[in-house]
Write a protein that binds this ligand. Structure first.
Ligand code: F6R
Ligand code: MG
Ligand code: MG
Length: 390
């Protein structure tokens, strides 16, 4: 049976700043999907991770289906009404366009979808991360799909011996989807060279080279490319099929024990370790740390079992405590060096204006001429243009 799994996710308002959505808001989204999903969906699952709400849907309508996307968009609109009534912070913040135009891609919500022939048993994982961006999945995916030190299946499972094809997107390219396809293991060093730059190159999908089947899909939206300015981090979602010719669930989860430093946390402008958390966890220390949750499912004819909360297992308690230590350790150096993101990735423009103003006060010794600011230069150019035209 050919099925599509779609996850559509948005931040439409939260309590206490960016902590979590209210129960009433989640309920409004749930009610909308329950009411209008009958003829469209085989099944659905709605959850919150930090301040983001994700709707996972199974259906037979294929990828980028307007009715499926509209269902999620309208559910988020219904939720936004509640967020406004309750005075939640950032009500409707990820709904960046006024009118729905057939597909939520490019409108603010994050999307990840894959279409496949359902296996007789179809285990899959749904990941959601908050206070970070899609590059946060680069390392866990590289380790799970390309490194036999993490994934013994690459040596042991015949269906995995040929390796995997990585589709990597240049998310800075705004004129269209700029992608490259690289094969593991032959092109491992090329894959690593791109994936180390998490703010520019992001794994979009991964495919089995033996069967051609899709194993993983990640949302790759960059909100500032849509809005023209920063409107929050691009908190990503990911769907992963596991077992048999794909990595086992444990191989996919193992890298999250590292708690790698990722972009995000306070004002979307820091480097903080990624903490694996229980489903429906909120945000706390330093508007972070960045969190990742994972729900495991079995699926038959598009019907989901209950979600199993994989990071609720006691094993992850010690990982969380390690990540909390790591978070405090990097915070000890405040704004200094690697603790903050590079200029191009800061969410706030205030620092740019500050630097521009200070630039005007720099002098080159001997010449005693203040440097001109970018704003000043623009003003002068406009004036000169006016003189020429006038
Ligand atoms: C992501 C998130 C952050 C904020 C950022 C700025 O869920 O909430 O990326 O967008 O911390 O938030 P403000 O400026 O609203 O404090
Ligand atoms: Mg937020
Ligand atoms: Mg968020």
């Amino acid at each position: 049976m050919k099925l599509t799994l779609s996850v559509i996710k948005a931040d439409i308002g939260s309590i206490g700043g960016h902590i979590c959505p209210s129960r009433q808001l989640l309920e409004a989204v749930r009610q909308h999907v329950n009411q209008y999903s009958n003829k469209l969906l085989r099944d659905h699952y709605i959850s919150a991770t930090g301040d983001d709400i994700a709707i996972v849907m199974s259906h037979e309508r294929g990828m980028a289906d307007p009715a499926i996307h509209k269902l999620a968009w309208d559910a988020f609109l219904a939720g936004t009404e509640v967020a406004k009534q309750q005075g939640l912070y950032g009500a409707g913040q990820d709904l960046l366009k006024d009118a729905f135009s057939g597909n939520v891609r490019g409108m603010g919500p994050a999307v990840a979808e894959m279409e496949f022939e359902e296996r007789p048993n179809e285990p899959f994982l749904f990941f959601a991360a908050d206070k970070t961006d899609p590059g946060a999945f680069n390392l866990p995916l590289y380790l799970a799909f390309a490194d036999p030190m993490n994934t013994p299946g690459l040596m042991l499972a015949p269906g995995m011996a040929q390796g995997f094809r990585f589709v990597i997107m240049d998310v800075n390219h705004t004129e269209g989807d700029r992608i490259i396809e690289l094969q593991a293991p032959e092109e491992l060093y090329d894959i690593a060279a791109l994936l180390r730059d998490t703010e520019r190159y992001v794994v979009e999908s991964i495919w089995s080279r033996a069967s051609g089947e899709q194993a993983a899909v990640v949302s790759t939206s960059r909100l500032h490319n849509i809005a023209g300015k920063y409107t929050g981090k691009d908190d990503p979602v990911m769907l992963l099929r596991v077992q048999k010719d794909f990595p086992a669930t444990g191989e996919v989860l193992a890298p999250y024990a590292i708690g790698p430093l990722v972009a995000g946390a306070m004002r979307g402008s820091h480097q903080m370790p990624l903490m694996p958390v229980r489903l429906d966890s909120g945000i706390s220390y330093f508007d972070g740390p960045p969190i990742v949750s994972c729900a495991a499912f079995a699926m038959h004819r598009g019907k989901f079992t209950e979600a199993v909360d994989v990071f609720a297992h006691p094993f992850w308690d010690s990982v969380r405590s390690h990540v909390a230590d790591k978070a405090q350790e990097i915070r000890r150096q405040g704004f200094f060096g690697a603790a903050m993101l590079p200029m191009s990735e800061l969410e706030y423009t205030g620092i740019m204006e500050k630097l521009d103003r200070l630039n005007g006060r720099f002098i080159v010794r001997g010449s005693e001429q203040p440097q001109r600011t970018v704003a000043g230069k623009k003003k002068r150019a406009r004036k000169e243009e006016g003189v020429l035209l006038g």
